[in-house]
Design a protein. Structure first.
Length: 486
């Protein structure tokens, strides 16, 4: 028999199951798309039943390929902050899930800021008052959906993030969330084990609807859906999982994931993180109730900008075209894109900001637009690097992953604009790998995270900076000018 770790990786645009062997090789994959619902400008929703059904379908498909009896443990990683409301009795969703990108609660957040709540909330939770996070989405559902309200009155309401929703159905009704996801809700103090009643009161969320907060890895739960008892031994939000997959176990080690959005995390060890430059404090992982923390910068639009160029503007027919287009011209011809298509995240936090394309001329074409879109990734990351440095967490190098990082041109541009080495593992989908590492250690297949990462992570390529200071400064000046126009 061969031991495999089965990862359920439920993202924003798709959900999948991946079986890893204990050397980190992928033995089987199954993937399904997730339907994106945009009922109004700035609103983004998912069908929670679709997330559940397609994830479980992927799980069973992979289990058939590798043999359910060979699966030693299950790990789950997920799009964070997205909120599902469901009925505890039926197990069915009460409304569409509100996705992390959704901006409908911007006005509510502004009201809390104007009332002076943000400094205390940030000190307690590490987070800012922004529609990005889960609590205001929960409040909106209670205020605006009759079924959710009725379930709350009857004591039947369950709120959870996506891993909690999947865990509920894998286990036959266990309502739990791991500490990494719980730390994204605005309801969990960074230094407390449970959701806080005072924060629940502030956001109007009934504590009884919330899950129990548990470790990210260990003997967490079991499922019988594969025909035999299979331990669920790892749970983590996607960005924390990617940080584990990049082996950022030492204080100060930093990764950036370029997927739908872009997310940078720096390991802060046991030090509860605080930021004076609008970065976020978050739980990286928890074992035996002991937490490791991270400082995080979140960019809302990364790969989704390329998707927009493809699907809405028709400038490209596939994301892979962007690398050749970027290489086909000497520069962007002065075109600069600020991709604030769903507001601006860190370090700006402008919920109402909208995108800008500056510097257009008759010489601007597909190649200049594609190059400007890729350049926007380095510009946004440079802003984050400045903020991390100002918070005393400067980077000496950056480990990158996610679908966009496979683009060699973009990886080199990051190294050039940051003026530091950028490392990219051969396995760029490190979110799933991180969940596999957590589950493997949680199930006792390895003695430590370091041992598991050493066995499973694989080889790494390094991009060294080559850009002149003059070109870098000119690019950043154009970016700052365009940023002022949002």
């Amino acid at each position: 028999m061969t031991d495999y770790v089965l990862v359920l990786d439920s993202g924003t645009t798709s959900t999948r199951a991946i079986a890893f062997d204990l050397q980190g090789a992928v033995a089987a994959v199954a993937q399904r798309p997730l339907t994106q619902h945009y009922p109004r400008p700035g609103w983004v929703e998912h069908d929670a039943s679709e997330i559940r059904d397609r994830t479980l379908s992927c799980m069973h498909e992979v289990a058939r390929k590798v043999g359910a009896a060979n699966i030693a443990a299950i790990g789950i990683t997920n799009q964070r902050e997205t909120v599902v409301a469901w009925d505890r009795q039926s197990g069915e969703p009460l409304a569409r899930a509100i996705v992390w990108q959704d901006r409908r609660t911007a006005e509510f957040c502004t009201g809390l800021k104007e009332a002076g709540y943000e400094p205390a909330v940030q000190r307690t939770t590490g987070l800012l008052l922004d529609p990005y996070f889960s609590a205001t989405k929960m409040r909106w559902l209670l205020d605006n959906d009759g079924q959710v309200r009725a379930a709350a009155r009857a004591g039947r309401l369950a709120f959870g993030t996506v891993e909690s929703w999947l865990l509920y159905h894998l286990t036959g009704g266990v309502h739990m969330t791991d500490a990494s996801n719980a730390s994204r809700t605005l309801l969990l103090p960074l230094d407390a084990p449970h959701f806080d009643s005072g924060l629940c009161d502030l956001f109007g969320v009934p504590p009884g609807a919330l899950p129990e907060v548990i470790d990210t890895h260990g003997e967490l739960a079991d499922t019988m859906l594969l025909g035999t008892r299979t331990p669920i031994a790892g749970l983590a939000g996607d960005q924390q999982a990617a940080t584990i997959g990049q082996a950022c176990f030492a204080f100060g080690e930093t990764k950036a994931t370029y997927g739908t959005g872009a997310f940078v995390l720096t390991n802060k060890g046991g030090e509860v993180p605080h930021s004076d430059h609008r970065l976020l404090g978050t739980v990286l992982m928890q074992r035996g109730g002991k937490r490791t923390y991270a400082l995080e910068g979140s960019v809302f639009v990364a790969g989704s900008l390329i998707q927009w160029l493809r699907d809405s503007l028709g400038i490209i027919s596939s994301a892979s075209e962007t690398e050749a287009l970027a290489r086909s011209v000497a520069d962007s011809g002065g075109v600069t894109i600020v991709p604030a298509l769903s507001g601006l995240g860190a370090p700006h936090w402008l919920a109402q900001a909208r995108g800008v394309i500056a510097g257009l001329s008759f010489a601007s074409g597909r190649a200049q637009m594609a190059r400007a879109a890729l350049e926007a990734m380095a510009h946004q990351t440079h802003d984050l690097a400045d903020a991390f440095a100002a918070d005393g967490a400067g980077w000496t190098g950056l480990r990158i992953d996610g679908g966009m990082s496979a683009n060699d041109w973009m990886a080199q541009d990051l190294a050039d604009m940051l003026d530091m080495p950028v490392e990219r593992p051969d396995m760029v989908e490190t979110t799933a790998l991180g969940a596999a590492i957590l589950a493997a250690v949680g199930a006792g297949l390895f003695g430590s995270l370091e041992d598991a990462a050493h066995a499973m992570r694989g080889t790494v390529r390094t991009f060294e900076p080559h850009m002149s200071e003059q070109v870098r400064v000119e690019r950043l000046q154009r970016w700052e000018k365009a940023l002022a126009a949002v």
